[in-house]
Design a protein around this ligand. Structure first.
Ligand SMILES: Cc1ncc(COP(=O)(O)O)c(C=O)c1O
Length: 444
């Protein structure tokens, strides 16, 4: 077991940690105590380079003073106010600023914003909006949602139903859903730089599921344009375009879950901009406030919003919402975050670094245990061959080794995922790769 400095250690018994092997962690804890710029500081005072933007969320790096000040000001001005049959200015102001950045051009613009408190809430909100909209336009039999294998859409009952990760699903009941096949194909696409070439035909799975269930039962299809949590799975060239066309043909709404890809991760404000494919709904969270205050938002097309603005004027059009929808402090953090993104060009900075990042990551090709390397924008994955009889153990060993040597990476199964803050400099990319290289060489 690792040595633990007892002096800096809080009592660990009471916090039931999420998505964590609690007993293993509490026997050998890793605590992050502070953060500034590209670095965390651990509980013993050692710097840890952030290779994951926290959890895909601190896109502008840590300790941003403008966000701190905006939050302080807002707390002192209006700490909380409800948004049910009431309003406060900053929620409308933030929605307008988000709308100005929305993809889709002027016609299809997704500039109607529903606030939530997290990515999971954004997903469940989008699914409900899709079903409610279909009903409102006379398509009430459309209640099924199509997701995809290996998809991650958070942990609400809607999200796990359309998600495709077995451990998140196996013991919980689900809403009506079905799944297209995933697009990970190492046999055909290993070590692709950027988008993989093979696999556009996998989009035809939507057509197959239409034939199986009937289009009149399907409200929407939801995909991560680039899936992060399952280990960075990229869409083959042409795949998303094809999905859009099939969805259109059958009156199925297309939802992009951009909880990870939103706010600059691929070098454009949204993945929808990167791929030039406009969905009907976009789910976001994480980078919306630079991870500082929990918040999410669903971007809906005007057509969907208008389609639901029916019935008597005094009637609530959508029976859905959260106490914290449009929380004033989260909105203040969000506005300050957007200002940083704009001022520092962070929504497009990943595009400038993408090539350097790509070449740096692919320099690990050929190391023992490395089965695939994938990259897009400022996202990367290194997939390892699993250790016999012990899946995930090898990547976990690399994760622990990197942390000991001052680098935070993320692992899912035997896949190492990287998504550094968009403020990263080239020499820090070099550090990520060299610490990883050493850890991979040591891995048994
Ligand atoms: C694509 C996607 N959707 C939804 C979520 C859930 O977000 P949250 O953890 O904020 O509920 C995540 C989280 O990683 C995600 O990556």
């Amino acid at each position: 077991m690792d040595q633990v400095n007892k002096a800096n250690m809080p009592v660990l018994d009471h916090f039931w940690m999420p998505f964590t092997a609690n007993r293993q962690f509490k026997a050998a804890p890793r605590l992050l105590a502070q953060a500034e710029g590209m670095y965390y500081t651990d509980a013993d005072g050692n710097p840890v380079l952030d290779g994951t933007s926290g959890l895909w969320c601190c896109n502008a790096g840590h300790g941003r003073k403008a966000i701190t000040q905006a939050v302080e000001r807002q707390l002192a001005t209006l700490d909380f106010a409800p948004t049910f049959q009431m309003g406060h200015p900053i929620a409308f102001e933030f929605a307008s600023k988000l709308a100005a950045n929305a993809p889709g051009g002027t016609d299809a613009k997704l500039d109607r914003i529903f606030f939530t408190g997290s990515g999971s809430e954004s997903v469940d909100t989008a699914l409900k909006i899709a079903i409610a909209y279909q009903r409102s336009i006379g398509q009430g039999t459309r209640t099924r949602i199509i997701g995809r294998e290996k998809g991650y859409h958070g942990v609400g009952f809607g999200g796990i139903s359309v998600g495709g990760l077995v451990n998140n699903r196996r013991i919980f009941p689900q809403i009506p859903a079905d799944h297209m096949r995933h697009t990970l194909d190492i046999e055909r696409n290993a070590f692709s730089k950027g988008l993989p070439r093979a696999g556009v035909e996998l989009a035809d799975d939507l057509e197959r599921l239409v034939q199986l269930h009937g289009a009149e039962t399907i409200a929407a299809v939801i995909v991560e344009p680039m899936s992060g949590s399952a280990g960075v799975i990229l869409p083959p060239v042409g795949y998303l375009e094809k999905l859009r066309a099939i969805a259109d043909k059958h009156g199925i709404l297309l939802i992009f879950d951009e909880v990870i890809t939103g706010f600059g991760r691929l070098g454009t404000p949204f993945a929808a901009d990167y791929f030039g494919v406009t969905p009907d709904l976009i789910t976001t969270a994480k980078g919306i406030t630079n991870g500082t205050i929990p918040m999410g938002a669903v971007f809906a097309s005007r057509e969907i919003y208008d389609g639901l603005m029916t019935g008597p004027e005094g009637a609530i059009e959508l029976f859905h919402g959260y106490t914290y929808s449009g929380h004033p402090v989260a909105c203040a953090a969000g506005i300050a975050t957007l200002e940083i993104y704009e001022k520092e060009g962070l929504l497009t900075r990943a595009a400038d670094l993408a090539e350097y990042w790509q070449e740096a990551l692919h320099s690990l090709n050929g190391l023992r245990h490395v089965a695939d390397i994938r990259n897009l924008g400022l996202v990367g994955a290194i997939e390892l061959t699993p250790r016999e009889g012990s899946p995930g153990a090898r990547a976990y060993e690399v994760f622990a080794d990197c942390f000991k040597n001052g680098l935070l990476i993320r692992v899912t199964g035997d896949i190492i995922a990287l998504s550094p803050p968009l403020i990263i400099e080239k020499d820090q990319i070099d550090t990520i790769v060299s610490v990883l290289e050493d850890a991979l060489k040591r891995a048994s």
